[in-house]
Design a protein around this ligand. Structure first.
Ligand code: ADP
Ligand code: MG
Ligand code: MG
Ligand code: MG
Ligand code: MG
Length: 693
């Protein structure tokens, strides 16, 4: 989770007095940053991944697995021990939403050398080893997005009854929320702003003996009994979503234009990568008919009022005069502006400058969905010198309210602070996030070397670091290929949204096709560089010759997107390999990258299972399984133990990994020599994304 502030948060109702101030000043802070840093140029490629982990406790004799609510203690241990490790192999640890979760990143971002790609897996393995070393006997840390037993019976250690003032949940105790005041306030304020508990409903997987329940589409249940009788898998707390672990990758762009270009292109890829990494077939102890976490999280933080959701709100005005109702004039749009999406959702507009107003037709064709903006914010941005396309993006973030404001942090100098901008920015959780330099950046008077960045946010965490590294390296290389060859991946944004739906369906890799352009080498309508250099034009022509041209957007399987459709479209993986040869990557890097690509293609082709398919088949083949879609405590305990063993390489899962080998990870090695030898310094270093102009 982004942004942590200390102090006492406002409750939702009292915060109404300051939210308008925070929104207006948040926009002012963005304008101030933007104008200071819009002209920075030639930043180097820096990038890094984020992995989120859960800690669980298995009782083999009792046949149970529970959340171990010890993350604060574990985080302190990890941080303390980190002090004695080398920056090169080091890790950085931060809190997450759940009191059983931590997040880890490399201590320093990677730079733009090909053999930096070799460091990814070894750093991830270091992280897992260090986490292992901080566990107690009985604790495990398998890396799957969703804890299967969250919300089922007594599932925490220490035990606690469900509910509490933050969640009011039928299933989940408030104790699972990180004790930092931000997280409880976030949970409570989302619920209060919405006017009722969050309402998450996922389709139940229908097996041969799955009973039919009540619904669908009924009102939220008021008792646990009624909830369990529903056909939909109903969940009612933020933890069901924000308790999901993901894999994110952040890139620094060379300048603001490049960051906008990357944002758009990575957005197109977000559903593709969600489908490829799908690992969430179980929630609340039930097999789902979907494979990925996205819609669960989206609903778990949906703070929209009934009017914003487009529902009936005749009864909602009651108490408004006394300030007890849902709506108030201080809220963004008075709390009544129709909003089609949750604040955790896919992006709603492309922002690259080549779609700017001089390309109106192109803009309208690609930015083809309803994209509400806060009119006052939009005007403020335009008056502040921000171009309309970008102004609309920011004004779209500001159709939401700040959810957590801290006492004593309201009136700030907008030239020095960015808290209010970050407040909105860090609670608009979309498939990609466009990030201006933070207040700590050198460019803004701080000391950190941080420029314009884009964060890729759709991927699900994988069971092993081989897989996590493979997908990280893949998306890094795709981002380089997009820039190097000047690819054009644009499809209308409505089609990206359609792809997001398809990506979550059961077995999407094999049952779904995705909207994708066949002619990705036809240059974007106008390059984001003012004048394409002769060398760039030649490269684009080469790419056309090598990879074909013509044909418009179509629907393809993910295997075809990766490897070509046998017609004019030749596939992302061959382009990556051509790119690596063109920049002269060293053999050692090439070798590792090839094995990652082979692995990803094997998954896309169905030779290997997705984690979702593998987990589903594990459950269905378990002797305890009754073919009724229910995941029993014993099945869950065995599953989590197995996932842990696969993650640390002490047990093989050939259906997942084939012949790709995963060496064991041992806690004893956590702070000694790197587990996988790091690239030798004398290796020829090739710059990635060394843009030609
Ligand atoms: P978030 O705000 O999404 O929680 P984090 O700070 O947790 O972001 O992690 C972002 C990732 O970006 C980390 O892997 C980090 O190493 C990496 N990173 C740090 N600085 C830069 C930079 N200047 N450019 C790109 N990535 C960076
Ligand atoms: Mg982070
Ligand atoms: Mg996180
Ligand atoms: Mg974060
Ligand atoms: Mg992040």
């Amino acid at each position: 989770m982004g942004f942590l502030e200390v102090g006492k948060p406002f409750g939702w109702r009292e915060s109404r007095e300051v939210i308008e101030y925070v929104r207006t000043h948040g926009v002012a802070q963005f304008i101030a940053i933007y104008n200071k840093v819009k002209n920075i140029e030639n930043d180097e490629l820096l990038w890094g991944d984020e992995l989120e982990y859960g800690i669980f406790i298995v009782d083999e004799a009792a046949g149970t697995v529970k959340l171990s609510l010890r993350s604060a203690e574990i985080l302190a241990t990890l941080t303390e021990r980190e002090a004695k490790s080398e920056a090169e192999t080091g890790c950085h640890w931060v809190p997450e939403y759940g009191s059983w979760m931590v997040e880890g990143t490399p201590a320093r971002p990677y730079s733009g050398f090909a053999n930096d790609l070799l460091r990814v897996e070894s750093n991830m393995r270091n992280r897992r080893a260090r986490l292992l070393a901080a566990l107690r006997p009985g604790e495990v840390c398998p890396t799957l997005p969703c804890f299967p037993m969250l919300g089922v019976g007594d599932f925490t250690q220490p035990a606690a009854p469900p509910g509490g003032p933050f969640t009011e949940s039928l299933f989940v105790p408030d104790l699972v929320i990180n004790p930092h005041p931000r997280f409880g306030a976030l949970t409570q304020n989302i619920r209060t702003r919405r006017g009722e508990k969050v309402d998450i409903r996922m389709p139940r997987f229908r097996d041969t003996k799955t009973p039919t329940g009540t619904g669908p589409g009924g009102p939220p249940p008021t008792s646990l009994q009624a909830a369990l009788e529903m056909d939909e898998v109903y969940m009612d707390a933020m933890a069901f979503g924000m308790g999901c672990c993901c894999l994110q990758v952040t890139f620094q762009a060379r300048d603001v234009q490049e960051s906008r270009h990357l944002y758009d292109h990575l957005a197109v890829l977000s559903p593709i990568m969600l489908a490829l990494t799908a690992a969430t077939p179980v929630a609340r102890g039930t097999l789902l008919d979907t494979d990925a976490r996205w819609d669960i999280i989206s609903a778990s933080v949906d703070d929209r009022t009934p009017a914003e959701r487009g529902g009936d709100c005749t009864a909602c005005d009651e108490g408004e005069a006394e300030g007890e109702g849902i709506y108030s004039a201080q809220m963004a749009g008075g709390g009544r502006r129709p909003l089609r999406k949750s604040r955790y959702d896919s992006i709603s507009s492309y922002i690259c400058t080549h779609l700017a107003t001089d390309q109106l037709e192109c803009n309208q064709r690609l930015n083809d969905i309803d994209h509400p903006v806060d009119e006052a914010a939009l005007q403020q941005l335009l008056d502040g010198g921000v171009d309309e396309l970008l102004a609309r993006h920011i004004a779209h973030l500001f159709v939401r309210d700040p959810l957590v404001v801290f006492h004593g942090r309201v009136e700030l100098n907008d030239d020095e602070h960015v808290d209010h901008f970050e407040n909105l920015q860090s609670t608009n959780w979309q498939t990609v996030r466009w990030k201006p330099p933070p207040a700590s950046s050198k460019r803004l008077g701080g000391s950190a070397d941080i420029g314009w960045r884009v964060e890729f946010r759709s991927m699900e965490i994988q069971l092993t670091d081989f897989e996590n590294a493979a997908f990280t390296v893949f998306i890094v290389l795709v981002s380089r290929v997009i820039l190097y060859f000047g690819l054009n991946l644009y499809v209308p944004i409505s089609k990206v949204d359609e792809n997001m739906k398809r990506a979550q369906r059961r077995d999407a890799l094999h049952t779904q096709k995705f909207h994708f352009r066949q002619s990705i080498t036809s240059a974007v309508p106008c390059s984001h560089r003012k004048m394409p250099s002769a060398k760039r034009q030649r490269l684009q022509q080469d790419a056309k010759k090598q990879f074909g041209q013509g044909c418009s957007s179509t629907e393809m399987s993910i295997r075809e997107i990766l490897m070509g459709n046998g017609k004019c479209y030749k596939g992302l993986v061959p382009m990556i390999m051509a790119y690596l040869h063109a920049v002269g990557a060293d053999t050692r890097s090439l070798h590792t990258i090839e094995s990652y690509m082979d692995f990803i293609v094997a998954r896309a082709s169905g030779e290997l299972l997705t984690p979702a398919a593998w987990i589903r088949s594990f459950v269905r083949a378990h002797p305890d399984y009754k073919h009724d879609s229910v995941v029993s405590p014993r099945i869950a305990a065995d599953l989590m133990t197995k996932c842990h063993r696969v993650g640390v390489g002490s047990e093989k899962a050939p259906e997942l990994h084939g012949a790709f080998s995963i060496a064991p990870i041992r806690a004893n090695d956590a702070y000694s020599a790197p587990l996988v030898s790091d690239p030798k310094v004398d290796d020829k270093e090739t710059l990635l994304g060394d843009l030609v102009d």
